[in-house]
Design a protein. Structure first.
Length: 219
């Protein structure tokens, strides 16, 4: 700005020398107005940059908070589901729940898996693998029940099995409901894929319905 003013003065030095005080004042006022306008534009531009940076920082903070909340919820649901899995397996072990048809016999634990197997998966955080194995085992149980195999257990135990299946199903559905959100924010928590969750929920629902019919027949 001062360079331009100096250049203008050199090019019009004779006019400046011949100018009256009030004319010099008008020239200076014009240059000052230009300088003020440039300063104002620069200030607005810099403030805009600062506001944009602040807004971007707030968005990053909000996303981070959202990610932390989703990851915390996912960890809680995974822990709850593993807990329900342990309870279901313990129930099967403690009461020696088994299916039979004629001379054939197989326990629920043999079809689903023992607790030590799922403890290892729990420690590794591999809920998807755990649900896949349980879904396969439950599907096998459902197939046997459809082929007229009988579950040998007291009504109270059958109802407890139904309760655990309800808890597992509800928790899996909770994880299913947040899976899209977790994927969109690149959640770091290892969440089972939608297909695995859907297969698990479907198998659990089917077995739960079969147990409910069996419970009604036994009472």
């Amino acid at each position: 700005m001062f360079f331009l003013f100096g250049k203008y003065f050199l090019l019009h030095d004779q006019e400046f020398k011949a100018a009256k005080p009030h004319e010099l004042g008008s020239i200076m006022q014009g240059w000052t107005a230009i300088l003020a306008a440039i300063w104002l534009a620069a200030t607005v531009y810099l403030q805009g940059l600062q506001i944009r940076e602040t807004a971007e920082g707030m968005q990053r903070s909000i996303k981070e908070l959202e990610r932390n909340a989703v990851e915390s919820q996912a960890r809680a649901l995974k822990s709850r589901l593993f807990f329900s899995i342990r309870r279901l397996l313990k129930l099967g072990e403690d009461h020696d729940c088994y299916l039979s048809k004629g001379e054939e016999r197989t326990s629920l634990i043999e079809m689903i898996g023992d607790r030590s197997e799922f403890e290892e998966l729990s420690e590794a955080g591999e809920l998807g693998e755990a649900l896949s194995r349980i879904a396969d085992g439950i599907s096998g149980i459902n197939e046997k029940l459809d082929r007229d195999w009988l579950l040998h257990e007291e009504v109270v135990t059958v109802k407890r099995l139904m309760k655990e299946l309800d808890n597992m199903k509800a928790t899996a559905e909770g994880i299913r409901g947040m899976s899209a959100k977790a994927l969109s924010i690149e959640c770091n928590e290892n969440i089972p894929d939608v297909h695995t969750l859907d297969c698990f929920v479907a198998a659990s629902s089917s077995l739960r319905d079969s147990l409910e019919k069996m419970s009604a027949m036994l009472t």
